[in-house]
Design a protein around this ligand. Structure first.
Ligand code: URA
Length: 282
């Protein structure tokens, strides 16, 4: 393609603007696995009037713009996630079910793979973050980038090393590391809830505003929520656990003076974990 210098400069400026705004990925309406791509089919293979091909009977969530169709697609995706999560009897089979699940719009937005959990499968503390970032997307494990390394250091200092299971509210990296939407979290929620049932932690730590809101079903700001115990009640099965919301370690990397608050929250959680049975939920 031969673009004029002016058009080329305009395109470069536009791309720089998008990059500055956090747009790092380009994706199409449907996911394309480039690792399996072969030569394109001949143009005449599908008549122009033929409907686009779909796989199975999946109701697409993302291409539906808004309104009743979008609500139905969301309800369908949540129902399918619930059914898939229910069949999992271990974190391993839950991980397989998540990897096989195609109902979360994020899985078609450029994420390399599903990022599910790390840590101890029977840990007394379950940590829920917001969603995988670039490093997590590349390695397939939650909280392994700079923020995760800071979290690990703080957990170790609070005596929680080796006593945590770490996951997120969504399992695919949101494009440009944006915050996951409430719909994206709702589709993944049945899997996160099943993880709570399988791990049976004594306590839960949420990190960041989006995780606290999703787990506690509130629109309250994180500065009010953090440091105060809440309760995570699952809709089905009567399972619940006390929740300590705290700030996100990525925020601490930008605002190190806020570390004192997170430190206080971790010490509160560790004290309750190691305290007497009257403080224990089980
Ligand atoms: N931030 C999160 O919320 N989760 C991760 O896994 C990584 C960074």
């Amino acid at each position: 393609m031969n673009a004029s210098p002016a058009a080329s400069d305009a395109l470069t400026a536009l791309l720089a603007f998008w990059h500055e705004a956090g747009v790092e990925d380009c994706y199409e309406a449907a996911p394309v696995d480039r690792t399996r791509e072969t030569a394109p089919p001949p143009r005449a293979a599908r008549p122009a009037s033929a409907p686009p091909q779909t796989t199975g009977t999946v109701t697409p969530l993302r291409p539906t713009p808004s309104g009743i169709g979008a609500t139905e697609a969301l309800a369908d995706a949540v129902a399918r996630a619930r059914a898939a999560a229910r069949t999992a009897e271990s974190l391993e089979s839950l991980t397989d079910a998540i990897r096989a699940f195609d109902g979360c719009p994020l899985s078609g937005m450029g994420a390399r793979q599903a990022v599910v959990w790390r840590g101890e499968a029977t840990a007394p503390v379950m940590i829920v973050g917001e969603g995988p970032g670039a490093e997590e997307d590349a390695r397939g494990l939650p909280f392994v980038g700079k923020a995760g390394q800071l979290l690990d250091r703080m957990l170790k200092a609070a005596g929680l090393d080796g006593r945590v299971m770490i996951t997120n509210t969504v399992f695919w990296r949101p494009p440009g590391n944006r915050t996951p939407t409430a719909d994206e979290q709702a589709v993944c929620a049945p899997f996160v809830a099943r993880a709570l049932e399988l791990v049976k932690p004594k306590l839960v730590l949420t990190v960041g505003a989006a995780a606290a809101r999703a787990v506690l079903h509130t629109s309250e700001g994180i500065t009010r929520l953090r440091g105060n115990w809440g309760e995570w009640h699952l809709a089905e099965g009567g399972v619940s656990a006390p929740v300590m919301p705290t700030l996100h370690p990525a925020f601490l990397l930008r605002q190190p003076q806020a570390k004192a608050m997170v430190w206080a929250d971790l010490l509160e959680l560790a004290a309750r974990l190691d305290g007497d049975d009257s403080k224990s939920p089980h």
